[in-house]
Ligand binder design. Structure first.
Ligand SMILES: [Mg+2]
Length: 278
C-alpha cells in the first residue's frame, strides 16, 4: 500500500511538471535594445531652449544687429564696383527647422524620415531678426544669397515657398543656392564661387561649415583649431547663430560616420562629457 502511495505521488508530480500545474512559469526580464527613440530624448532640452527661451531670441537678434553694423561699416568704408552681397544659410539661420526636431522626440526615427514632407509644408518660422536685417540690406542695394544644403531635386519648391511666405528678399532660383543632385554637402565651392564674383559683406550661419574656412567634416580638435584661427572674424565678417540641436558639431562626435547605431551614438556622446570627479 505504502509502495502504491509513493508511486501515485511520483506519477502526480511528473504530470504537474508536464502540464505546468501548479508550478508557475518564471518571467525573465528582457532588456530592450537602446533605440533611436531613446536617443531622441536627448533632443528635449536643446529643442526646448530654442523654442521657449528668451535668451535664444536675444542671441539671434544680437547676431543680426552685428550683421547690420558690419553692413553699415562696409557701406561707409569700402569702395567697390562689385555688387555687394551677404551669404546666409537656410535652416536655423533664416528658417526655424526646430519643429521637425521636436517631431522626432518620442519616435523611433531619424533624419531624413519625413523631412521632405516637412520641407514641402513650408511651415518653418523665421529666425528672430533675420527678415528685418535682410530687408534692410535689400533697401541698401545689398543682395542676399541663401547657400543651403537643401537638395535642389527634393526640396526646391518647399524652400522657395517657405522663404517667400516669411517675407525674405531675393527669393528666386538664382539667389537660393541649393545642393545639386549627387553633389557633396561641402558648401565651400559654392561660397568661393560667389566670393570671386561679388563683394562679400558678411556670412551668417549656425554651423561653422557655413563659412569658407576649410572646416568640412573635420574632427573636434581640428574644429577648435580652425575656429580659433579665425577668432578675429567672428562677429565681424562671420556672424554666428546658436544651434544646440544638430549640426557639424554633432556629426564630429561620431567621426562624421553615417549609420552609427543609436546605442553607439549614446556611448560616444557620454564618453566625451567632461565630468567632475569628486
Ligand atoms: Mg543651418
Amino acid at each position: 500500500m505504502k509502495k502504491c502511495k509513493v508511486l501515485y505521488s511520483a506519477v502526480f508530480f511528473a504530470a504537474c511538471l508536464t502540464v505546468g500545474f501548479p508550478v508557475r512559469a518564471q518571467t525573465i526580464p528582457v532588456e530592450k535594445p537602446y533605440s533611436l527613440k531613446d536617443l531622441n530624448e536627448q533632443l528635449v532640452m536643446a529643442t526646448l531652449w530654442v523654442q521657449t527661451s528668451a535668451e535664444y531670441r536675444a542671441l539671434c537678434q544680437q547676431a543680426y544687429n552685428m550683421a547690420r553694423m558690419m553692413l553699415d561699416k562696409d557701406l561707409a568704408e569700402v569702395k567697390t564696383d562689385k555688387k555687394r552681397i551677404v551669404i546666409v544659410d537656410g535652416d536655423e539661420t533664416t528658417i526655424q527647422a526646430n519643429e521637425y526636431e521636436a517631431y522626432m522626440i518620442g519616435k523611433d526615427l531619424e533624419y531624413p524620415s519625413q523631412w521632405y514632407d516637412w520641407v514641402a509644408s513650408a511651415s518653418g518660422k523665421a529666425i528672430p531678426g533675420a527678415v528685418e536685417f535682410l530687408t534692410y540690406a535689400a533697401s541698401k542695394g545689398v543682395e542676399t544669397y541663401y547657400v543651403t544644403n537643401r537638395k535642389v531635386d527634393l526640396e526646391y519648391q518647399g524652400t522657395l515657398d517657405n522663404l517667400k511666405k516669411l517675407g525674405y528678399p531675393s527669393v528666386d532660383a538664382e539667389h537660393v543656392v541649393y545642393r545639386q543632385k549627387g553633389a557633396s554637402d561641402d558648401k565651400q565651392p559654392r561660397q568661393m564661387a560667389l566670393e570671386e564674383k561679388y563683394h562679400l559683406v558678411a556670412y551668417v550661419g549656425d554651423n561653422l561649415e557655413d563659412y569658407p574656412i576649410s572646416i568640412y567634416q573635420k574632427p573636434i580638435e581640428e574644429r577648435y583649431r580652425i575656429s580659433d584661427a579665425h577668432k578675429d572674424e567672428w562677429g565681424k565678417r562671420f556672424i554666428v547663430l546658436p544651434n544646440p540641436m544638430y549640426g557639424a558639431w554633432e556629426k564630429a562626435i561620431k567621426d562624421n560616420k553615417k549609420g552609427v547605431p543609436a546605442e553607439e551614438q549614446n556611448k560616444l556622446r557620454k564618453a566625451l562629457l567632461r565630468q567632475w570627479k569628486p
